[in-house]
Design a protein around this ligand. Sequence first.
Ligand SMILES: Cc1ncc(COP(=O)(O)O)c(C=O)c1O
Length: 432
Amino acid sequence: MWIVWLGRFTIARGALPVANGGMSKPAPPTTRAECEALDRADPLAAKRAAFALPDGVIYLDGHSLGPATYAAMDRISSTARREWANGLIRSWNDAGWIDLPRTVGAKLARLIGAKADEVIVCDSVSVNLFKLAAAALPVAKARIVIVEESEFPTDQYMAEGLAEITGATLLRVESEQGSKALAETAGVLIKSVVNYRTSLVVDVAEHERVAAQSGGLIVWDLSHATGVIALDLRADGARMATGCTYKFLNGGPGAPAFVYVRSGLAAELRSPISGWFGHAEPFAFASLYAPTEGVARFAAGTPGVLSLTALDAALSVFDGVEMRVLANKARALGDLVVARTTAIGLKSISPLDAKVRGGHVSVRHDEGYAVVQALIARGIIPDFRAPDVMRVGVAPLFVRFVDVWDAMDALSDVLDTRAWDTPSFKTRAAVT
Ligand SMILES: Cc1ncc(COP(=O)(O)O)c(C=O)c1O
């Protein structure tokens, strides 16, 4: 394995991130009464009732772990009682357990602009990144794995591990230089659509144009994008993607991830995890591996039925939701966070332009961890990413304008009074 560090490229014309579908935005509200008026006019307002949010809590961490829906909790209970306890092993057929990776994938497909048979649900994002990038390597022109140093760590670790075991070259590049590297090397780029730290949204179509021209491939990580921005993978020419379902899709802690492979491409790809659930006839118990048709060849082992049914139920909350409406509300809520945090004197590392910002806004504070703990003690739950970033998530299915307003009032007070400045708020827990 060679590790190559590239210095900052000159950004190529057209490589700058642009909006994934833009709409004009009104100015953020300037009073709580205006926030209440916006909430009354919100076409998504009724969706909040689907969530089992605790009283007295303002939840601004849906970008990390989506809250429980009543539908998901009921489904876990009914699946366990009826299908598992009573149906026992018969439920693999009678209750359709065996089909869940495909049926839940088909339900999710609309949210990312894919066809129903282009998505399956399986494994974790980390494992799926590995499977997809490994499968892409023999198809790309060059045996090079490209990853940006600003990527989510698991994406970087997967790129590193894959290069190590395959002997491919690992090319680490600076933030937002992946497209340029792709144009020059025709390797396999692992890239998030929405950056976990900054919330920057990149132009999928432009990246795919570069990949198609060079002969490279992109494995998209949609973890921070799915369920909060209007994705249109087919229209944008995306060929391979994975993403998690426990953030804006509210599938539950550790819910399985999904895999998207564009129709036609799957036949060229071989999963490096050639498990029996990706076999054409798993119950023929043949000795030799023969992958099934389409994206389902990226399934590996026995699916987690309880998690899949929880996700299936949680996805129903998106029924009737137009993704552009959802994305617009996230932008408007984010604009309010930007306006209020700027007024407080905090510096945003997220784009100020809502058209290129995802479902969270990140601001810097040297004592960000303690500030977040002080807010949590008041029932307001954002999150923190080392070393100094506070992320405020604005999941549009349940966050209201008044929630953001009240949370920003509390943030202002915590900073003014230095309520964060106590040892108990500075002791780091294992999970931040
Ligand atoms: C962009 C991104 N990729 C991947 C992951 C995690 O992947 P996994 O589901 O394998 O833990 C996260 C988790 O927050 C993420 O933000």
